[in-house]
Design a protein around this ligand. Structure first.
Ligand code: NAD
Length: 485
């Protein structure tokens, strides 16, 4: 790390600058509890400056407007190449800031972010309108125009990747971006901004404004110079943002929380389903919006499957996130760890049974916010741990009797982000995939993502899609042009 500069200032108009007020907040390594650095904390005057820089690049004659879409694509491609070749550097920053294993940040999140940029670079210049024949004496067509300045607000669980999920399609469509990362994890996206400058992205096209949600976030949502808000985070904050944005009829897209059902039928490959169930809940320490946090198991295989999951969970140990062998890292913050432990206590007090984990973990240093991978059985649909998003390594196991019961219990949630179905019966798999109210359904798999496939929620998991062709709808608007011949 010694030869790596950790960027900790705001990135506005192509420069790293302090907040105008001089305010900062500490960024803490959750595995060691040590402060990594103090990060500049944006307030409304900084948001004004960032929005002004972003707006300037939408004006005629600006560097961004002068670039052909293909040239914009070249910059995005170069940036993706830089991410690929510097995955060790930026991955390490992500790991010390978020606590996730280096295996995940360097070898999954950074490559996935690069892939997202490659994919959307390919769309630049290909988002087109149509000529629509109406009548004699008229020439009518549509233009797909960028929205303008996109205010993006992102969470702490995939700090780099989820930011890139917003930035890549927004830039491909010709917008400019002001992004506010989560206060816990601002460092990887600030590094990304440094790479973007080096790749040739004109100043002002991308601005990064770390800060508090209730200060920098609200200033961005309220700002008259921002055309749309692209938000990923909790349902509670998403609801608040939607209400605030209503004041200026600002377009919003919301990628929110989940309580995703992972449904295992008796005719499934039980070994594969057990591996899948662990991956579904313990990958990313369970701090994954699409985590398979509700395991629904058909009665006849319940005990056999739980036994396999319990044995494997007991062997998973939290360890130093910087060790390449580590698969379970540190919870992002003390506050989040306490929240997860609170849910574990609630599960116990409401009568569910802990069969694995159930407590804070110590990796031998006496430091760090680690939680044991925890598995509950005997969970009833009404229990808190079956209903609320825990956002930690805690699995709630429920039983079901048949397909109808599985679908009913699977859909018994305010959320609808993701789901999975495990069965060898192809027809049953597709029937259940249709019946489940969720934006993504995996069959005999879990946690698979690709930039070409839309991702987003049903119900209170939000609306609008990141990734895939659908994401282009979020960052463009259609204009109809009517010429009387
Ligand atoms: P959060 O909602 O607390 O914060 C998200 C972002 O919003 C942060 O940048 C925060 O500073 C900002 N914010 C907070 N209050 C704000 C306000 N009043 N106005 C404007 N901005 C505000 O979420 P989190 O704790 O960072 O992340 C965890 C949540 O994100 C979970 O609920 C998870 O399910 C969800 N999430 C969803 C997806 C998805 O794609 N659906 C992906 C990842 C995470």
């Amino acid at each position: 790390m010694s030869d790596t500069t950790i960027q900790h200032q705001l990135f506005i108009n192509g420069e790293f600058v302090d907040a105008r007020s001089g305010a900062t907040f500490a960024s803490v390594n959750p595995a060691t509890e040590e402060t990594i650095c103090d990060v500049a904390s944006a307030e409304s005057a900084d948001i004004d400056a960032a929005v002004a820089a972003a707006r300037a690049q939408l004006g005629p004659g600006s560097a961004w407007q002068k670039m052909k879409p293909r040239d914009r694509a070249k910059v995005m491609w170069k940036l993706a190449d830089m991410l690929s070749s510097r995955a060790a550097e930026i991955g390490r920053i992500e790991t010390i800031d978020n606590g996730k294993p280096i295996f995940e940040s360097q070898f999954v999140d950074v490559p996935a972010s690069a892939e997202c940029l490659y994919y959307f670079a390919g769309w630049s210049g290909k988002v087109t309108g149509e000529t629509i024949p109406i009548q004699e004496g008229a020439f009518t067509y549509t233009l797909r125009e960028p929205l303008g300045v996109i205010g993006a607000i992102t969470p702490w669980n995939f700090p780099l990747m989820l930011a890139v999920w917003k930035i890549a399609p927004a830039l491909a469509c010709g917008n400019t971006v002001v992004l506010k990362p989560a206060e816990n994890t601002s460092l990887s996206i600030l590094k990304f901004a440094e790479y973007a400058r080096e790749a040739g992205l004109p100043p002002g096209v991308l601005n990064i404004v770390p800060g508090k949600g209730t200060v920098a976030g609200t200033a961005l949502v309220d700002h008259p110079g921002v055309d749309a808000i692209a938000f990923t985070g909790s349902t509670v904050v998403g609801r608040e943002i939607m209400m605030r944005a209503a004041k200026s009829i600002k377009k919003v897209s919301l990628e929110l929380g989940g309580k995703s059902p992972n449904i295992v039928f008796a005719d499934a490959d039980i070994e594969a389903a057990a591996r899948g169930a662990l991956n579904a809940i313990f990958y990313g320490k369970g701090e994954v919006c699409a985590a398979g946090s509700r395991l629904l198991v058909e009665d006849s295989i319940h005990d056999a499957l739980v036994e396999k999951i319990r044995d494997r969970a007991a062997k998973m140990v939290a360890a130093d996130p910087l060790d390449p062998k580590t698969r379970l890292g540190a919870i992002v913050s003390k506050k989040q760890m306490e929240s997860v432990l609170g849910y574990i206590d609630k599960g116990k007090s409401e009568g569910a049974t802990v069969v694995a984990g159930g407590a804070r973990a110590d990796i031998g240093t006496g430091k760090g916010y680690f939680v044991q991978p925890t598995v509950f059985t005997g969970v009833e649909p009404s229990m808190t741990i079956a209903r609320e998003e825990i956002f930690g390594p805690v699995l709630a196991t429920l039983r079901f009797s048949d397909v109808d019961d599985a679908v009913k219990k699977g859909n018994d949630s305010l959320y609808g982000l993701a789901a999975a179905v495990w069965t060898r019966d192809v027809s049953k798999a597709h029937r259940v995939a249709r019946a489940i109210k969720a934006g993504t359904v995996w069959i005999n798999s879990y946690n698979l993502y690709d930039p070409a496939l839309p991702f987003g929620g049903f119900k209170e998991s939000g609306f609008g899609r990141d990734q895939g062709r659908d994401a282009l709808d979020k960052y463009t608007q259609t204009k109809s042009v009517w010429l009387a011949l």
